[in-house]
Design a protein around this ligand. Structure first.
Ligand code: 5GP
Ligand code: MG
Ligand code: MG
Length: 189
C-alpha cells in the first residue's frame, strides 16, 4: 500500500495507477456493451465529484458519444447525506430517446442517483445506466432502479469510511489529489 503523500490523508486506498488500470477495464466493458450505434449515447457526469473520472473514462470509450453535466445537491459541508437531493443544475442536452450513462464519483445511500435516474426517465431516456467510480454497498438505503436495459458498473467497492481525492472533496478541498485516500477523522469530527 502506498504511503500517504498529503498530511491530511490517513491512508491511500487506490493509487493513480490502480485507478487508471480500473478505468481502462471499465471503458472497454462499456465500449463493448454499448457498441451498435443507436440510439445515441449521452454520458452525464454528476458535477463536481465525477469530473476527473468522467474525463479519464470518456477518453477510453471507443464510441461516438455526447457529454453533459448535472449538478445534484445532496451534501452540505458535512460527511452525511441529507436524504433529499435536488437537481440544482440541469442538462443542456435533450436526452429524449437516448441511452444515458450516468458517471458518478460514489454511491453511498443511493438517494442522489435514485433522484437523478427518475429525472432522466422523466426526460424520456430509453435506458439509464450508471457507472460509479466507488460503491459503498454497506450504506445503501434505496435500491437503484435502472431504466430500460440499463447496466450498473462500478470501479471499486469502498469501505465504510469518508474518502477524498480523484474528484471527491471535503469542504471543496482535496478534489485534485490523483489518488483516493481516507481523510484523517480529526479533520471532520
Ligand atoms: P448518496 O446520495 O448516495 O448518499 O450520496 C452520494 C454523494 O455523496 C456522492 O455523489 C458524493 O458526492 C457524496 N459522498 C458519499 N460518500 C462520500 C465519501 O466518502 N467522500 C466524499 N468526498 N463524498 C461522498
Ligand atoms: Mg457525487
Ligand atoms: Mg461533496
Amino acid at each position: 500500500m502506498a504511503s500517504p503523500s498529503h498530511p491530511d490523508i490517513e491512508r491511500v486506498l487506490w493509487t493513480e495507477d490502480d485507478i487508471l488500470g480500473r478505468v481502462a477495464e471499465l471503458a472497454s466493458q462499456i465500449s463493448l456493451d454499448f457498441e451498435g450505434g443507436s440510439p445515441p449515447l449521452v454520458v452525464v457526469g454528476v458535477a463536481t465529484g465525477a469530473f476527473l473520472f468522467l474525463a479519464d473514462i470518456v477518453k477510453r470509450i471507443s464510441l461516438p458519444l455526447r457529454v453533459d453535466f448535472v449538478r445534484v445537491e445532496s451534501y452540505g459541508s458535512g460527511t452525511e447525506s441529507n436524504g433529499a437531493p435536488r437537481i440544482s443544475s440541469d442538462l443542456k442536452l435533450d436526452v429524449e430517446g437516448s441511452r444515458v450513462l450516468v458517471v458518478e464519483d460514489i454511491v453511498d445511500t443511493g438517494h442522489t442517483l435514485s433522484a437523478l435516474i427518475a429525472h432522466l426517465r422523466s426526460k424520456g431516456a430509453v435506458s439509464v445506466s450508471v457507472c460509479t467510480f466507488l460503491d459503498k454497498p454497506a450504506r445503501r438505503k434505496v435500491r437503484l432502479e435502472l431504466v430500460g436495459e440499463g447496466k450498473f458498473y462500478r470501479g471499486f467497492e469502498c469501505p465504510d469510511c469518508f474518502v477524498v481525492g480523484y474528484g471527491m472533496d471535503f469542504n471543496e478541498l482535496y478534489r485534485n489529489l490523483p489518488y483516493v485516500g481516507v481523510l484523517k477523522p480529526k479533520l471532520y469530527s
